[in-house]
Design a protein around this ligand. Sequence first.
Ligand SMILES: [Zn+2]
Length: 69
Amino acid sequence: MELRVQLKICEGCGCLWYRPETQQTVYCQQCKTRLREFPMPHTRKRRGRPSREILPQIWAVAEAAGGLL
Ligand SMILES: [Zn+2]
């Protein structure tokens, strides 16, 4: 049986690796095992403190809009 592979650049560490055509992952074997030990970024986001950087921007826009009216 012929196994086709593609040369891929790992999105985790940037190294070059060969991916079998049957796989869809974008990470090399090393990163895959490493990522399995950590929660995915989008599940981690919920817990951190709420970001305050957005609020001053909103107020600045509201102020600017209020000044124009
Ligand atoms: Zn990697």
